[in-house]
Design a protein around this ligand. Sequence first.
Ligand SMILES: Nc1ncnc2c1ncn2[C@@H]1O[C@H](COP(=O)(O)OP(=O)(O)OP(=O)(O)O)[C@@H](O)[C@H]1O
Ligand SMILES: [Mg+2]
Length: 359
Amino acid sequence: MAIDLSALPTAIAKTVKDLEKKYEFETLNLKGGNGYALVGRNRLLNRKVVVKFYYWGGGAHAEPKNLSSLASPHVLRVEDAASIDQDYAYFVTPFCERGDLDDLLEHEKIGIVQAVDYLQQIASGVSFIHGAGYIHRDLKPSNIFCDANSKLVIGDFGSVVKIGDQGYTETNSTHSIIYRTPEEIFTSRAYTQGDVYQLGIILYQLLGGRLSYDLLDWLSSKQRAECDLLDHPDNELYADGVVKNLIQKGRVVDLNSLPAWCPRSLVSIIRTCTKIDRANRFESVSALKAKLSNVRGSLPDWRLEPGPVLYRNKNKLRLIKVGSLYHVEKMAKNSESWRRVHSVQPAPITDIVALAERL
Ligand SMILES: Nc1ncnc2c1ncn2[C@@H]1O[C@H](COP(=O)(O)OP(=O)(O)OP(=O)(O)O)[C@@H](O)[C@H]1O
Ligand SMILES: [Mg+2]
């Protein structure tokens, strides 16, 4: 079935027509804020692929041909890449049937240790990208995919830039506003520590932190009323301005929205990653990875089934809500029944988490 290319810039539509010799396109996804993604099938190999068209500004972003050389277990393989003209380029990657990290966040209940393991995988991919001399700049759940082996891989390179000689790269292009780093807003410069910042936001989301993708949710009721009076695109620019302001004040991440069982050590890692001043963040992704490895062994193993359950060597404990308070139940390793732990009085969630961890 032919797809409607009328919404695409002419140069891209023409390239799609050329690429149709090789790929049979099924879907055009216009959702992306930073390009156009087409899902298709390689006619010869009968494999599903994604062709992502992105703005590369004749060198403002990474050279398409260089992307194909990025090969790491946590970076999605680039099968092909080319520039179209001075503005646009494209790259082709396998289609990931298991979806992106947003799907995972929506459908999977992610426990504490699992969250750290997921972040370690993403960070490994980022570390590799930095080692190859690039900054990713657009790390967010819709750009991270679950591959056929259930491993997380970074799979969108539409905002990647080469690390400049001074350690930063001047950029003009915009990408997802909520994940944009304070330094890119303040100075239009991208640094590797910007990727550390975005990894911090992803860890926050993996652990259950609240982050709305709807810009209007970030507006106060007064701002919402002001915004409602504006026409398009002024209303979007207004909302963008509000969010930029929150980013500059370091208020994108609300650590209070993390669940009570989120360990302090991880809250502290998120705080360090997302510092407004990049000099106060982890110096590198390797330093972040080392810190995560250090704390992993001593993390309380809270999982969501769907309520919080603490796994321990000899037993597991679950928290049961009764009215506004919680009590603790225990299940011995080889048992199948839960028993109330009467030594622990019902308590609010933060207290009961601490009490359960001490049992
Ligand atoms: N290789 C892939 N496998 C599976 N789904 C993909 C793949 N590449 C992109 N997608 C999905 O297609 C959708 C659109 O991707 P696209 O990159 O255009 O938008 P985005 O990630 O939301 O924004 P941005 O343009 O800022 O990256 C996303 O939901 C993404 O998860
Ligand atoms: Mg994307």
